[in-house]
Design a protein around this ligand. Structure first.
Ligand code: C5P
Length: 222
């Protein structure tokens, strides 16, 4: 089976030396890539800037901005059977990027932000998509309710919800605890464990779901 996995943060430039980013380490996405490779799947890993070594057998595509990630994902999605969008892509980016370093002045300074392109949403609404689409939802409150809304709004097949309100799960951490929500309302929980262990479970769940969906449509995975 061919997996496309996005991981890590994006960087949205303000000027040549500054950017807006977030605390995503890329650990969850990289662990999913490793686990998929270990199961014998092909992996295209589209990664934002992270301090992790890429899995050897993955086809690694390094990007920096949300626009670069958008282009790379759309270029590769159709060749894949399952797209797992685990990256913490920026929701907003600066309206204008200064070509010179913005000088320090005494006065307040405000930055106008505009919405970044939503990659998950754009894939979900792509006409006649053939691949299974998995999104992630990092939430600090009303986890399942918000994740379910996202699943419907972005038209994906599966959402993996994780609570990032605690100190020791979710972003930057080595451990995680997730709830997997399916389109038909089915729900599975994976209790607190190392991201590698969670990743193995997730890959099994994604590949079983993909096989079933392709069987139903009478499509053979090659
Ligand atoms: O709506 P929210 O950003 O919380 O949704 C999270 C999901 O959407 C994640 O799967 C993330 O990878 C994806 N996302 C995206 N493009 C964005 C923002 C989020 O693909 N610009």
């Amino acid at each position: 089976m061919r997996f496309l996995i996005t991981a890590g943060p994006t960087r949205e430039p303000i000027d040549p030396v500054r950017y807006i980013s977030n605390r995503s380490s890329g650990k969850m996405g990289y662990a999913i890539a490793e686990a998929a490779l270990a199961e014998g799947h092909d992996v295209t890993l589209i990664s934002g800037p992270v301090n992790l070594e890429a899995p050897h057998d993955a086809n690694l595509i390094s990007v920096s901005t949300s626009d670069e990630m958008f282009e790379a994902v759309h270029r590769h999605a159709d060749q894949c059977n399952v797209c797992v969008l685990c990256a913490a892509v920026a929701d907003y980016k600066p309206a204008n990027v200064s070509s010179t370093k913005i000088k320090k002045r005494g006065a307040n300074f405000s930055l106008e932000l505009i919405p970044a392109r939503d990659i998950l949403d754009s894939l979900g609404h792509r006409q006649e998509r053939q691949f299974v689409l998995v999104g992630f939802a990092a939430e600090t409150d009303h986890l399942e309710e918000n994740a379910t809304k996202k699943l419907r709004a972005k038209n994906c097949d599966i959402i993996v919800a994780n609570d990032v309100s605690g100190k020791n799960s979710g972003m930057e951490s080595d451990v995680n605890e997730v709830t997997i929500l399916f389109r038909d309302g089915e729900k599975k929980k994976i209790s607190r464990a190392q991201k590698q262990i969670i990743a193995r479970e997730l890959v099994k769940i994604f590949s079983n779901f993909t096989t079933k969906m392709f069987d139903k449509k009478n499509v053979t995975i090659n």
